[in-house]
Write a protein that binds this ligand. Structure first.
Ligand SMILES: Nc1ncnc2c1ncn2[C@@H]1O[C@H](COP(=O)(O)OP(=O)(O)OP(=O)(O)O)[C@@H](O)[C@H]1O
Length: 356
């Protein structure tokens, strides 16, 4: 567990945060440009000495009013936008540069594990200038991990990469996600990265935290800024149960029903995270089959929130414990006399798989 309380001036506003970050999993730090995300990472790493701070990781204090642990004594892996590899050293030498081989007692990853997880075994004899952007970034992540850090800080690690390299690197991040037993703080502007990688989220604006918590819950919190995004939606857990080769459809079991998605989407039993856009849900009172929409699930209205004159955000419960966000017009809410507690059918027009 990471406890961070910081109050320190920045150029235009103070950085004033009180955050608790779980001891494992990926926490996305998300917010507009200039809101203080990098400054927060620099304070955690000790690269910026906050005037008032209480930074504690796994019970060890890195900073409080009485002491300040210098950056080189903090076990931090730091990955930047641009992979800053030593150009005159081979990939292997880059990886071994800060390798701490005395840490085999704890849960640190070995050289073989890191190169395997990041798919860079075949690159170790190459020089950095022969690598693609995505490969360089994977090596930079490997180097950070091999220093056996207590925390991994990633500052927009994909933003300098083109679309193809991003798509290539994301599955490796996913692998890391399941294997790493240290907390990762991942700064990004891209909601799609948050949705596919994050377990937790800290939303920031002008140096302040506007929401923090489990990503699935924050996306459904009607008071959170994420709900107001035009691309607002819900993330739900699913398991692959069947593949229909006649129609090339994969069946995904979710709490409260089954969803069908086009194509072959993984092996039976594989767990997936799926996203359902709030604008992709229509509500009906009967489960009619008279539609081209293939996914219809029974839901109950838990909350209705009038967002503006035209639209309402609805929280729907599905199954035992799953909730969905739906955005409908205020006109239809009135026409259908929708009320909290109503049992309806959600016709789901688009389901996307966000986990690789
Ligand atoms: N060492 C510093 N001292 C004072 N102010 C700083 C310092 N470093 C950055 N700032 C200011 O703090 C604010 C936040 O900058 P920061 O780089 O932390 O934001 P960010 O959210 O990471 O932005 P981006 O997403 O564009 O990278 C900016 O106004 C910046 O000018």
């Amino acid at each position: 567990m990471l406890n961070i309380r910081i109050n320190t001036p920045l150029e235009h506003f103070p950085l004033s945060v009180d955050i608790k970050i779980p001891g494992r999993g990926i926490t996305a730090l998300f917010g507009p440009s200039g809101c203080g995300k990098t400054s927060l990472l620099r304070c955690i790493a000790g690269l910026h000495k906050a005037t008032q701070a209480h930074i504690e990781i796994n019970g060890h204090s890195w900073q409080n009013s009485a002491h300040f642990v210098p950056p080189h004594q903090r076990k931090v892996g730091y990955v930047f936008q641009e992979a800053s590899l030593f150009e005159h050293l081979s990939v292997k030498s880059n990886l071994l540069f800060a390798h701490d081989s005395n840490t085999s007692g704890n849960d640190a990853l070995t050289f073989e594990e890191v190169t395997h997880l990041l798919g860079i075994q075949h690159l170790i004899d190459r020089m950095p200038d022969t690598l693609s952007g995505g490969e360089k970034q994977r090596v930079a992540i490997g180097r950070a991990l091999l220093s056996a850090p207590d925390i991994l800080l990633m500052d927009e690690p994909l933003s300098a990469l083109d679309f193809k390299s991003k798509a290539e690197i994301l599955p490796y991040f996913e692998q890391l996600h399941t294997r790493l037993s240290i907390p990762v703080i991942y700064v990004t502007h891209a909601l799609s990265e948050v949705e596919s990688l994050a377990d937790h989220i800290v939303l920031m604006d002008r140096g302040q935290v506007t929401a923090q918590g489990n990503i699935q819950e924050i996306m459904l919190d009607l008071a959170s800024p994420l709900v107001l995004f035009s691309k607002a939606g819900s993330l739900i857990d699913a398991t692959v149960t069947q593949y229909d080769s006649d129609y090339d459809l994969t069946y995904l079991s979710v709490d409260g029903g089954v969803l069908k998605v086009p194509g072959k989407q993984g092996a039976i039993g594989e767990r997936k995270r799926i996203r359902i856009g709030a604008n992709h849900i229509s509500l009906t009172r009967s489960a009619n089959n008279d539609s081209t929409i293939i996914n219809t699930l029974p839901v109950t209205i838990e909350k209705i929130d009038i967002t503006d004159k035209a639209q309402c955000n609805l929280i729907l419960t599905l199954g035992e414990h799953t909730r969905l966000l739906a955005r409908v017009t205020r006109w239809s809410t009135d026409q259908m006399s929708l009320n909290v507690g109503d049992q309806l059918y959600a016709q789901i027009k688009g389901v996307s798989l966000v986990k690789y």
